[in-house]
Design a protein around this ligand. Structure first.
Ligand code: PHE
Length: 452
């Protein structure tokens, strides 16, 4: 099969950023930071990005670009006939679990876009904002309809293969999303009592830090940077051979974190100014953003633009998610692209129904729980907090113990042309010892085997 590469360094950056930036920044990051108490959670999240996220990301870049294969094939090529390729299979499983609930939340975003166009948020108040969100998540029909629309759009784009079109669209729309979030920030920060929100976000209080909070921050770092499940391996297999992997990794991680912080700086001042609950959960975004814009000139127009761009960000992140099982079916099972996309689209929607109907305690299937969690929460918990960090652990063990250090160094320096030798000893030390140790300790702490 002919394997394409991205056209330039800039295309590599935008495609990778397109996968990283999504609902994770705008929806998940703020609501988890709110639930787990603000500053201390944020600090652990930063440390996870630096000491776990970046090493795993560079390891995935190396595996993907040096083999030019998707998640399963790449391991097979480096270590033939070993069980390492199961990491890729685990990644396929993780990507399904994510898509079950991701498509549900993307459906809410599409619906909010529709509502913004219809003018549903004119003269909205705090009470009506939460009533509106409540009626969406508890409805049996509306969220399913929009989830179906999301899957149809994602599958349609993947079948048409208008990757170039998507690339071009993201290149112009991502910066626009950035500008709109900054407008939100300015507005939110000028609300009365806004500083309480900023304080909440940045004030570190270690009292609030539990084992579960640390595991959640770690899971969020994986989810945010699309790590531990093969997306970055697959994308790196399309990177140009001149690309500076370290530079791309640093730029993507930094930009992604900035977008998350900007989203937090729009949401928390609004939460505190309107007296909402920072730990309100998955509805936080949907209740605060309409409130911010309702106070502004041209608010309806800007609100429509905001949900439009968020829908685009969610859709492009989904493309990279669906690409993992699609590439697997195509490469390993010889199924044509169109069939692979259709199988996945139908399967994700069918099982995704369970997530959508259990997103809230008052949803149709909200009463069905196992060990305190419903389907929606289980899909999220298993993928972000278990499979992705476990995938990350196995990936760094693979690159630091199975692969020769020389070939990793060659890939990172582009055969010696990049002068980053000074960085390598530090990097290999972190990848070999610090990252696996942190991952193991966080796991053991979260399951209660050790505690501090
Ligand atoms: N990183 C994406 C987001 O923040 C989600 C994602 C996870 C995409 C895993 C691909 C793989 O929304």
């Amino acid at each position: 099969m002919e394997r394409g590469t991205f056209s330039s360094g800039l295309a590599v950056f935008f495609a990778t950023l397109g996968s990283a930036v999504g609902l994770g920044n705008i929806w998940k990051f703020p609501y988890l930071t709110g639930q787990y108490g603000g500053g201390a959670f944020l600090l652990v999240y930063f440390l996870c990005i630096i000491f776990v996220g970046l090493p795993v990301m560079l390891s995935e870049f190396f595996i993907g670009r040096s083999t030019r294969k998707g998640a399963v094939g790449a391991f097979e090529k480096i270590a033939p006939d070993t069980s390492w390729k199961n990491i890729g299979k685990m990644g396929v499983a993780a990507s399904y679990l994510i898509m079950f609930f991701y498509s549900c939340v993307a459906g809410w975003v599409y619906y909010y876009l529709f509502k913004a166009i219809r003018g549903d948020f004119v003269s909205i108040t705090m009470e009506s904002a939460s009533v509106q969100f409540g009626s969406v998540v508890t409805s049996a029909v509306i969220p399913l309809f929009w989830q179906c629309v999301v899957m149809a759009v994602v599958s349609g784009i993947l079948i048409l293969g208008i990757r170039k079109g998507i690339e071009r669209v993201t290149k112009t729309l991502m910066p626009l999303l950035f500008v709109l979030i900054i407008i939100c920030d300015i507005q939110a920060l000028s609300l009365p009592g806004a500083m309480d929100g900023v304080r909440f976000l940045f004030e570190v209080d270690f009292e609030k830090l539990t084992g579960t909070a640390i595991l959640t921050a770690l899971g969020l770092a994986f989810f945010k940077l699309s790590l531990g499940m093969g997306t970055m391996i697959t994308y790196a297999s399309y990177f140009t051979k001149e690309n500076n992997l370290l530079g791309t990794g640093l730029k993507v991680a930094a930009s992604d974190t900035i977008v998350s912080l900007l989203a937090g700086l729009a949401i928390f001042p609004t939460v505190f100014s309107f007296g909402l609950e920072p730990g309100a959960g998955p509805g936080l975004l949907f209740m605060t953003i309409p409130l911010i814009f309702s106070q502004m000139p041209f608010g309806s127009l800007l609100l429509t633009a905001f949900f439009f761009l968020t829908a685009i960000a969610a859709t492009t992140a989904m493309l990279s998610l669906v690409e993992v099982p699609v590439a697997y079916l195509m490469e390993e099972k010889n199924i044509p692209r169109r069939t692979a996309v259709l199988i996945n689209g139908v399967l994700i929607f069918a099982i995704g129904i369970l997530a959508t109907l259990s997103a809230d305690k008052a949803s149709v299937l909200g009463h069905i729980t196992f060990m305190g969690r419903g389907f929606f929460d289980w899909f999220d918990y298993l993928s972000s907090n278990i499979l992705m960090p476990l995938g990350g652990l196995l990936i760094v063990l693979f690159t630091s113990h199975v692969v020769s250090r020389r070939s990793f160094a060659q890939e990172l320096t582009n055969n010696g042309t990049l002068k980053i030798e000074w960085f390598l000893p530090f990097f290999f030390f972190v990848t070999r010892y610090i990252t696996p140790a942190l991952l193991i300790v966080i796991f053991l702490n979260a399951v209660g085997i050790i505690s501090w």
